[in-house]
Design a protein around this ligand. Structure first.
Ligand code: PLP
Length: 394
């Protein structure tokens, strides 16, 4: 067998307008804020980040990280089960368990790894894993890696999920869904999914990467918003790199669930523990998020302001009430053009293309955060109105 040349593959990606490039953020011009960035020497307002509570550049997080690094060093030096598990990890796990109202929480290095760990620990060959058609890539990869049969139901269709569960053969060990869908911003029908999973004895795993910290009366996410607890949603995955402005992820649930993950989750066992200074920064973030409810209220109020303004100037919107606001544009080319036009107007909102979203459903993904100002949101709406009118006329 000969190795395949790579150039034609890249050319084909380019021809389909699907080539990815990275922009390098050169600086954050406003101290303590990430709302504005310098890219290619230009100052832009960032409407692409998942820093929903505006905590990523908060001085208290940086101070906690620096203090911990001076005390414990940077690296953990080993995995959690060898000698890398420290006091900051233990304290953060306790605080996350208390925050989510669950018996225990387990830290993972990333949300991607948390999903791999949970699904592979709970499902295996001879069983099946059910996923929403628009689930995050990490849940799909987790399902494939588990060796179970992967089955997908139409987006947010709990009745279809229930039918697949009832078919059995092979019986579903896991039904997993995003809480808030990362590219659509809509919320999974958690109450009906929970009833279906309970009726057929499957584990319901809710990956609330984008809901935790933002939704619910206490910021506990989509599960709190739906009024559900551990009985209805036994496995809750949350990430720490989005609303909490830090890095890492956790799984929260009953004592035995966490103990089984410690025994079986290979993405937990066979990797170096998250640096303790990162855990220290996350503890600071969790404390601020709980004390300053205005942050999540503000992210949601700016979201409502954005939607009202966009509707007024004829910008197409999706059915999302969360800070993730997709602007459907229908093709990779149209989405890239809109991204470019926005850049020229001083706004950074990234075109989301296939395979991240289905081909033909390309969009701009706008995110609102507590770090934005009203006049920045209004200016974005104004530019989007102009750009969308031109796109629809062409
Ligand atoms: C971001 C995201 C993840 C991955 O989390 P990381 O900590 O960035 O690896 C998992 N699930 C969903 C739904 C996400 O949006």
């Amino acid at each position: 067998m000969k190795r395949q040349p790579l150039e034609p593959a890249l050319e084909e990606i380019e021809r389909q307008h699907l080539r990815r490039h990275r922009a390098t953020v050169e600086a954050y011009p406003d101290k303590g804020s990430r709302a504005e960035v310098i890219v290619d020497g230009r100052r832009l307002i960032d409407f692409s980040s998942n820093d929903y509570l505006g905590l990523a550049a908060h001085p208290a997080l940086a101070a906690a990280m620096a203090e911990c690094a001076a005390r414990c060093g940077t690296g953990s030096g080993a995995s959690h089960l060898i000698s890398g598990h420290g006091r900051e990890h233990a304290a953060l796990e306790e605080e996350l368990a208390a925050f989510t109202g669950r018996e225990r929480a387990l830290l993972f290095s990333t949300g991607y790894m948390a999903n791999l760990g949970v699904v592979t620990a709970l499902a295996s060959r001879g069983e099946s894993v059910l996923l929403d058609r628009l689930s995050h890539a990490s849940l799909i990869d987790a399902g494939l890696l588990s060796g179970a049969r992967l089955r997908r139901y139409p987006h947010c269709d709990a009745a279809a999920a229930r039918r697949l569960l009832a078919e059995g053969a092979p019986a579903a060990a896991v039904l997993a869904t995003d809480g808030v869908f990362s590219m659509d911003g809509d919320i999974a029908p958690l109450a009906s999914l929970s009833e279906a999973a309970r009726a057929h004895d499957a584990w319901l795993v809710v990956d609330d990467a984008h809901g935790i910290g933002v939704l619910g009366r206490n910021g506990r996410g989509a599960v709190e918003l739906a009024g559900l607890g551990t009985d209805q949603v036994p496995v809750l995955v949350g990430t720490l790199g989005k609303a909490f402005g830090s890095f890492g992820a956790f799984v929260a649930g009953a004592e035995e669930l966490i103990d089984v993950l410690i025994q079986r989750a290979r993405s937990y066992i066979y990797t170096t523990a998250l640096p303790q200074p990162v855990a220290a920064a996350t503890r600071a973030a969790l404390s601020i998020a709980q004390q300053e409810a205005w942050r999540r209220e503000r992210a949601l109020a700016l979201t409502a302001r954005f939607r009202a303004g966009a509707r007024e100037v004829g910008v197409p919107l999706a059915e999302s009430t969360t800070p993730i606001q997709p602007i459907p544009l229908g093709s990779a080319r149209a989405a890239l053009r809109a991204q470019q036009a926005l850049l020229e107007a001083g706004f950074w909102a990234v075109a989301i293309r296939s395979p991240t979203v289905p081909a033909g459903q390309e969009r701009l993904r706008i995110t609102l955060t507590a770090g934005h100002r009203e006049n920045q949101v209004d200016a974005l709406v104004e530019s989007l109105g102009r750009i969308c009118a031109a796109a629809l006329a062409s």
